[in-house]
Design a protein around this ligand. Structure first.
Ligand SMILES: Nc1ncnc2c1ncn2[C@@H]1O[C@H](COP(=O)(O)OP(=O)(O)OP(=O)(O)O)[C@@H](O)[C@H]1O
Ligand SMILES: [Mg+2]
Length: 219
């Protein structure tokens, strides 16, 4: 795995930070009504994919949850790179062969499955908003404790807001000192317009000296 350090060194401070985030997700779900959780951010490169891959690893390894991570970034998919998987086939192929969905899902560790994006479609918004996709997610939900979605940044395309209309919860990654407050606020407004359930924001790429104060923050 490239950036998913969690499985490599269980004692790194960054691993501990992902553990705290995972525990906070569990607290946010105290009533048990959250199963699908999407990760997004305002801008490119804020660390969405890295963060969601690590949270998925920690929740499955340390918290014994059965997790499926789906790459819903159909513009610039990268989940497969983090887990060294091929992206020759994946979600977009599964949508045409829904009866045999197991064939498309990669098991990367005992309780962590990954569904890569598959071939990139031209009509991304239609796919993300399709009943077909929602039906697949509904069927898959019987097999997992949590299903995570990685998505593109909000400021560039409407995809993440589309996914937010049906995800049970949203986590926003905000790159410390890279994302202006105004841009982050606009993203939150866009998500709120579709009644997204924003359960937390993760301050990422925080300088080591400021980590105690800023690394993660749930509200
Ligand atoms: N906490 C962190 N500290 C330092 N670098 C980080 C951190 N999180 C992510 N990165 C690095 O930032 C870069 C972008 O990360 P990543 O691909 O996860 O971002 P992204 O928001 O998913 O990007 P995109 O918008 O292109 O999908 C990568 O090089 C990654 O290794
Ligand atoms: Mg990404």
């Amino acid at each position: 795995m490239k950036a998913c350090t969690v499985r490599g060194d269980q004692n790194l401070p960054v691993t501990e930070a992902y553990r705290k985030i995972s525990t906070n997700i569990q607290f946010a779900n105290i009533d048990g009504n959250i199963q699908t959780i999407m990760m997004t951010s305002s801008l490119q490169n804020e660390g969405k994919t890295t963060t969601i891959c690590n949270i998925a690893s920690v929740m499955s390894n340390d918290l014994n949850k059965k997790i499926l991570l789906i790459d819903l970034d159909l513009r610039k998919p990268a989940v497969h790179k983090h887990f060294n998987l091929s992206n020759r086939i994946g979600l977009t192929d599964l949508l045409f062969n829904k009866d045999n969905y197991e064939e498309y899902i990669n098991t990367v560790s005992p309780r962590l499955d990954v569904l890569t994006s598959g071939k990139l479609p031209s009509k991304t918004s239609e796919i993300l908003n399709s009943n077909s996709l929602k039906e697949v997610i509904r069927k898959l939900s019987y097999h997992y404790d949590y299903i995570f979605f990685d998505t593109p940044p909000i400021a560039s395309v409407s995809d993440a807001v589309t996914v937010a209309t049906y995800a049970d919860a949203v986590i926003l990654t905000v790159a410390y000192s890279e994302t202006e407050a105004e841009i982050a606020k606009k993203s939150i407004d866009s998500l709120r317009q579709v009644n997204a359930n924003i359960i937390g924001a993760i301050f990422n790429k925080v300088p080591v000296t400021k980590q105690n104060k800023y690394y993660y923050n749930y509200y």
